[in-house]
Write a protein of this length. Structure first.
Length: 251
């Protein structure tokens, strides 16, 4: 009985490390991250110093709300502890991002067998190609979109992330339209949906300095929503791969 339950006690960190190191995309990302950390230490005053923080977004941006980090006031021991805590957090963020990339190229556990034949495409009857032809052709598109977005809602990890994005975006919209002083409310959805949200800020900035400045918050919100959906899909794929590895090890 203990031997049968032993595979279920394998730490999830081990499966995360496997996804983060067993393919070329994840290893390439970790190599770029390691190079950016080296540049940060060698040239701390250069414009490339924040690159490790950007490369490990969005999780790395959560460090701004943590009580420890570089610049923490205190004696030498407290400062070393703060920098060490921040470094470990950054490494964990890099491992999660590498595992997400690894999940993209990992072979799915639910792929069809090599000898299985795909069903032949259905030939539409000419009588069905009347007024409902466009509606029938739109259904497969909606189904494909649903399949693409399924990883963003079928697991707790992606749903929890979407809840954080929704809260950050809701706070931003409240601050812009209902608060007399929005301040820097946009930084929260920007950090929650990085790194794609950086492009969203650029698009919104273009609208801000044009005649369509009133559309800037809406454009920013739409771009942030799309960025959050992409990140949620990636996290969902990671959760699926971890479950697939756990199921294979259990058998």
């Amino acid at each position: 009985m203990p031997n049968a339950s032993r595979p279920r006690r394998i730490p999830r960190l081990r499966r995360l490390l496997a996804l983060a190191t067993d393919n070329w995309l994840a290893r390439g990302y970790l190599a770029v991250f390691a190079a950016s950390v080296l540049v940060m230490f060698l040239f701390p005053d250069s414009g490339f110093a924040p690159d490790p923080l950007i490369l490990t977004a969005p999780l790395s941006f959560l460090s701004v709300v943590l009580p420890f980090g570089p610049g923490t006031e205190g004696n030498g021991a407290v400062g070393v502890l703060a920098v060490g805590f921040w470094t470990v957090w950054l490494l964990l963020c890099a491992l999660v991002n590498a595992a997400v990339l690894g999940a993209l190229v990992a072979r799915s556990a639910t792929t069809a067998p090599a000898g299985a034949r795909e069903p032949l495409p259905r030939i539409a009857d000419p009588a069905e190609q009347g007024g409902t032809g466009m509606a029938r052709s739109a259904r497969p598109r909606l189904q494909r979109i649903g399949v693409l977005l399924a990883p963003a809602v079928d697991n707790w990890l992606a749903r929890g992330y979407l809840a954080v994005v929704a809260a950050a975006l809701g706070f931003f919209l409240y601050a812009v339209y209902l608060s007399p002083d929005p301040g820097f409310a946009g930084i929260w959805p920007l950090m929650a949906t990085a790194p794609l949200s950086i492009l969203a800020s650029l698009v919104a900035a273009l609208a801000e300095y044009s005649s369509l400045s009133w559309l800037s918050p809406l454009i920013f919100s739409a771009c942030v929503t799309l960025s959050g959906l992409v990140n949620a899909v990636l996290l969902g794929l990671l959760a699926r791969r971890l479950r697939a590895r756990e199921a294979r090890q259990a058998t």
